[in-house]
Write a protein that binds this ligand. Structure first.
Ligand SMILES: C[S@@+](CC[C@H](N)C(=O)[O-])C[C@H]1O[C@@H](n2cnc3c(N)ncnc32)[C@H](O)[C@@H]1O
Length: 270
C-alpha cells in the first residue's frame, strides 16, 4: 500500500525516537516559517514565569513618566508578543493599545488574556514588521517596546518608522530590561532565572542608540540606564526615550512635514 507523503514525513521521527523518550509531537511537514508558534509559546511561558514581575512596575513607570493616566487615544507596543505589558498599561490608562508584532501566533493568547482581564474592548493586534509599520503618519499618542529592538534587522529604518508614526508632540520609549522601580532583589532573581542567556554590552548598545538618533536627526532624546541603589551587579537594561516635536524648525506644524522629502510642505524649509 502506498502511504500518503504527509504520513511518511510524520512517521519518520517516530521511527527514530520511538524508544528514546521523545515526547513532543513530531513536525508533520518541514516548515520554513521564521516566526513560529513554538517561539510564541516559549515567550508566553517566560512572560508568565521568570519575567512576570517585570511588567507591572514598567507600566507604572511609563504611566508616571509620560502622564498617561488620563490620556485618551492610541498607544502601540511594538513587538509586544504575549502583550503582558499592554494588559498592565490598560489597567493604568484609558488609551486603546495595539500589539504590533511580527509573530501573529501570539495574538490568540493576547486577545484571550486581555478579554479575561476585562480589556478586550481596549486592545487590537496587527501583524507588523518594525521596518515597515502598518500605520499612517502621525497616528500614535505613544509607542513603547520592551525586549524587541535588538531583533530588528534594520534598526535605523525601524526607528525612523516609529518616529514617522508618532503624533507631533508624542513620545516613544524603546528598550530592553527593567524599569528603575523594579526592586533590586526581584531583578536579581529574574536575571538568575534567565541564566547567562541575556548578556549583552550595555555601553555598546547605548552607543548604537546614540548613533541611530544622530543618523535620524532626532534631537530630543534621552538614553536611560536604570540603576537603582545597590543594583551595581544587576543589569537593568537600557532604554531610549524620544519625542517628536510639535512644530518644524520653521515654526509650522510637524504634520505639514513631508517625511520622505524631509521638507515642510507649507514653506519648503529643508
Ligand atoms: C523577547 S520578545 C519580547 C516580547 C514582549 N515585548 C515582552 O517584553 O514580553 C521579542 C518580541 O519581538 C517581536 N519581534 C521580533 N522582531 C520583530 C520585528 N521586526 N517587528 C516586530 N516585532 C518583532 C517578537 O515576535 C517577539 O514578540
Amino acid at each position: 500500500m502506498k502511504l500518503p507523503q504527509r504520513f511518511c514525513l510524520a512517521a519518520l521521527p517516530l521511527l527514530f525516537c520511538g524508544s528514546c523518550g521523545f515526547s513532543r509531537e513530531p513536525l508533520v511537514v518541514p516548515s520554513d516559517e521564521k516566526y513560529t508558534e513554538q517561539d510564541a509559546l516559549g515567550m508566553i511561558k517566560a512572560s508568565r514565569g521568570a519575567l512576570a514581575p517585570v511588567y507591572a512596575p514598567l507600566a507604572e513607570q511609563i504611566v508616571a513618566d509620560f502622564n498617561l493616566a488620563e490620556k485618551t487615544g492610541v498607544g502601540i507596543d511594538l513587538g509586544s508578543g504575549p502583550g503582558t505589558l499592554i494588559v498592565e498599561l490598560c489597567k493604568r490608562t484609558r488609551l486603546h493599545w495595539i500589539n504590533a508584532d511580527i509573530n501573529p501566533h501570539f495574538f490568540p493568547y493576547f486577545y484571550k488574556r486581555a478579554e479575561e482581564c476585562g480589556y478586550g474592548h481596549r486592545v487590537s493586534a496587527i501583524f507588523a514588521d518594525a521596518r515597515s509599520l502598518p500605520f499612517r503618519d502621525n497616528y500614535a499618542d505613544i509607542i513603547v517596546s520592551r525586549g524587541s529592538f535588538h531583533f530588528w534587522k534594520d534598526k535605523v529604518q525601524a526607528f525612523s518608522e516609529i518616529y514617522r508614526v508618532l503624533k507631533p508632540g508624542a513620545v516613544a520609549y524603546i528598550g530592553r530590561g527593567f524599569s528603575q522601580n523594579l526592586p533590586v532583589e526581584t531583578a536579581r532573581k529574574v536575571r538568575a532565572k534567565q541564566g547567562g542567556k541575556r548578556k549583552y554590552d550595555v555601553e555598546k548598545t547605548a552607543n548604537e542608540l546614540h548613533n541611530i538618533m544622530k543618523e535620524l536627526g532626532i534631537k530630543d532624546y534621552h538614553i536611560h540606564r536604570p540603576q537603582p541603589p545597590n543594583s551595581e551587579k544587576v543589569n537593568y537594561g537600557i532604554w531610549v526615550e524620544f519625542h517628536k516635536p510639535k512644530t518644524n524648525v520653521c515654526g509650522h506644524q510637524i504634520a505639514d512635514f513631508a517625511f520622505f522629502s524631509k521638507t515642510c510642505i507649507v514653506c519648503s524649509t529643508y
